[in-house]
Design a protein around this ligand. Structure first.
Ligand code: NI
Ligand code: MN
Length: 226
């Protein structure tokens, strides 16, 4: 699967010929200033929760591309109120989309929207497709619920985990998470963007290596095959 990193927790994955964009937050991210938000294409935009560092560019990209917004029912209803045409609200559970089986799973966090609206439950996504399976944890601490994923939901080919600490798991927590989800290929997200979440890249990679796993820290704007 083709993966492109746009900084913070924003990335795109192409699967089944569809462009899936996750947690669009680009124009508010100083580190992503070289990304031209107007060139980003999307068929679907998946949102893990309502915080501004995850929905900052949601409305503008959804309006321009006509993408379908997927996320917690309350977040999707909010997006539609802002003028996004197409939405598919979920709560914790699976649904079969044209690109594969998408399951909205528990994240321990909060989810107020930028204007103070209630954002429902924050979550993560497990996607099962003909091309492979992956998990995006969203913003969450380490949770025992992650163990359900390999046991019952999907054998993962890779996972995207927050590693910056303070608001989410830190690197040590994410190493344990990689063991809970039985996945050795981890892409780190939610790091370096703000002061509280700056990390030592080499130390983070070394910690995963010592645990027998690989931590990928893509450059902003970089596209890789996962
Ligand atoms: Ni958050
Ligand atoms: Mn966040």
């Amino acid at each position: 699967m083709k993966f492109t990193f746009y900084g913070h927790s924003c990335f795109a994955i192409e699967v089944a010929g569809k462009k899936l964009l996750f947690d669009p937050f680009i124009t508010g991210n100083e580190l992503a200033k070289d990304i031209d938000v107007n060139t980003i294409e999307a068929d679907y935009i998946l949102v893990s929760h309502g915080h501004s560092d995850h929905v900052g560019d949601l409305v503008s990209i959804a309006k321009r591309t006509g993408a379908t917004v997927i996320g917690a029912y309350e977040v999707v209803a909010w997006a539609q109120k802002q003028g996004c045409e197409k939405g598919h609200g979920m709560n914790f559970g699976p649904f079969n989309f044209e690109f594969g089986e998408l399951r909205y799973v528990v994240a321990h966090h909060s989810s107020g929207l930028p204007d103070g609206s209630y954002g429902g439950n924050p979550g993560g996504f497990v996607l099962k497709t003909a091309e492979g399976n992956f998990y995006f944890a969203g913003d969450t601490c380490l949770t025992l619920d992650m163990q359900l994923i390999p046991k019952y939901f999907a054998k993962l080919d890779f996972a995207l985990l927050p590693i910056g600490g303070n608001f989410t798991m830190n690197v040590d927590d994410a190493v344990i998470a990689s063991q809970f989800i039985e996945c050795k290929k981890i892409v780190g997200v939610h790091f370096d963007t703000f002061g509280y979440i700056k990390i030592d890249h080499q130390q983070a990679k070394d910690k995963f290596k010592a645990a027998g796993a690989e931590l990928i820290l893509p450059e902003i704007g970089q596209t890789i095959e996962l």
